[in-house]
Design a protein around this ligand. Structure first.
Ligand code: UD1
Ligand code: CA
Length: 447
């Protein structure tokens, strides 16, 4: 392989996803904030490929995931062999010498494994895996060997019991010289149990014309394909455990990591502790020494050093929590900036708000930020102390050091240093309760 050697890639992604039983094609199902196909393309982007051609379904001829790649629509799903022959037409220049073919439904492949494939010098190279004992009846194609060389792939549907008993399966990932591919594709037929043009027939056709064929044995887990919901869940669990392991290696503590859900872009700093049952949606960055307590749900937010959140906190899009701020149970924040050492510890909603350093938000505080048409901002300046159950009807500003009395409904700005009270004055009716109770007890006795 020389540096001018050009490699193209075809991603087979037009399948009908029948076994998933979904209105959404399997390649667009979500795995940790990235689609199944997105994972495959993310891996391919790390390889020295000159062009990537996606064979797409006519139902989704355009999709943001396809950006920067060539798309060829396969109008009718006549099989993987037919899809590959459509894909080859996508290579613009004639200078592509070798083609890697991968399936869009196999998202766990690692770039280093595909680099091994790229480095192979055979005319046709395929990735092969060995089924673990408990999955010996899985419906992957079986790779037949003679003298350690692959000679044929038999699809599960077409295989008899003796072939099905073989644990060596076809991963659906190949590298082939483009001239050989163009020669063999027209020779594929659909006379088989699936009535499809099988790409897998390339192997025995290549044998027949004397080509050199090589198999590379890879870990089964890496080539798991997604055809059913059960496989989707298995792959998802592996992606989650890969993400957790990478963060642990960087010094993050997870208590019961199998109950955590991460996104591919979750960033977490050293000595941060994640308690059980925490969900990280996309766009979350957490600095060091943070504690996320159980049952918290975070999306698109930035938590700086020393922050504490939860249990049962909901940190929504656009929030920034400065150093050592604290958010407690049943607190929801949306597009809110919490200053250093600010606290909102109980039963609160802060939306479109800016909270200054050292401010204390009383239990039950609510920003009324939405009038049914527009969202409005609330500014709570430094060292403000809001009494329990304060309602802040935005837009408004509570000046630095100001206080609100418990139960206040604040509709106007509060000047710095002031106390805002807004409630009906209290009246105490002496002895009223005793008289009332006595009257009611007597009534009950008579009846
Ligand atoms: C395929 C292989 C099987 C292998 C397995 C590995 C064939 C015939 N079989 O089986 O040997 O063990 O992958 O995961 O190749 N697709 C199209 N157009 C089509 C049909 C399929 O683009 O007309 C795409 C699908 O979207 C999918 C990929 O090709 O991403 C593989 O197709 P799928 O139907 O999932 O093949 P398997 O039955 O899994
Ligand atoms: Ca498949």
């Amino acid at each position: 392989m020389t540096s001018s050697h050009k490699i193209g890639c075809i991603v087979l992604a037009a399948g009908q996803s029948k076994r998933l039983k979904s209105k959404v094609a399997k390649i667009f199902h979500d795995l940790a904030g990235r689609s199944v196909l997105g994972h495959v393309l993310h891996t391919l982007n790390q390889l020295p490929l000159n062009q990537v051609v996606i064979v797409a379904s006519p139902i989704t001829p355009m999709h943001p995931d396809y950006l920067n790649h060539t798309v060829i629509v396969q109008d009718r799903q006549l099989g993987t062999g037919h899809a590959a022959s459509m894909g080859v037409t996508g290579f613009g220049a004639d200078d592509i010498e070798e083609v890697i073919i991968v399936c869009g439904d196999t998202p766990l492949l690692l770039p280093e494994t595909l680099m091994q494939l790229i480095k192979s010098t055979a005319d046709l190279t395929l990735l092969v895996a060995s089924l673990p004992d408990h999955l010996l009846d899985a419906t992957y194609g079986r790779v037949m060997f003679e003298h350690d060389k692959p000679i044929r792939i038999v699809e599960y549907k077409d295989a008899d019991d003796s072939v099905r008993a073989s644990p060596l399966i076809n991963a659906g990932v190949y590298k082939i010289k483009v001239d050989l591919l163009k020669k063999l594709l027209p020779q594929l037929s659909n006379e088989n149990a699936g009535n499809e043009y099988y790409l897998t027939d390339l192997v025995h056709l290549a044998v027949e014309c004397g080509a050199e064929i090589q198999a590379i044995l890879v870990d089964f887990e890496e080539v798991l394909g997604i055809n059913t919901r059960i496989e989707l869940e298995k792959v998802d669990a592996i992606i989650q455990s890969r993400l957790v392991s990478a963060l642990m290696a960087n010094g993050v503590t997870f208590q019961q990591p199998q109950t955590t859900r991460l996104s591919v872009d979750t960033v977490i700093g050293q000595d941060t502790v994640i308690e059980p049952c925490v969900i990280f949606k996309k766009g979350v960055t957490i600095n060091t020494n943070v504690r996320i307590k159980s049952f918290s749900y975070l999306e698109n937010c930035h938590l700086k050093d020393g922050v504490s959140v939860g249990p049962h906190a909901h940190i929504r899009g656009g929030c920034v929590l400065d150093e050592d701020s604290e958010v407690g149970n049943f607190v929801e924040l949306k597009a809110t900036h919490l200053g250093k050492k600010a606290k909102a510890k109980h039963l609160t909603y802060l939306g479109d708000a800016t909270v200054g350093n050292f401010a204390n938000i009383g239990a039950g505080t609510i920003t009324a930020n939405y009038d049914g048409f527009f969202k409005h901002k609330t500014i709570i300046d430094e060292s403000v102390h809001l009494g329990a159950n304060t309602v802040l009807v935005a837009p408004l500003t509570v000046g630095a050091e100001a206080m609100t009395a418990a139960g206040a409904v604040i509709t106007e700005n509060v000047p710095p240093g002031a106390l805002a009270i807004s409630r009906t004055p209290q009246k105490n009716k002496e002895n009223w309760a005793c008289l009332y109770k006595e009257k009611m007890r007597n009534k009950k006795k008579i009846n």
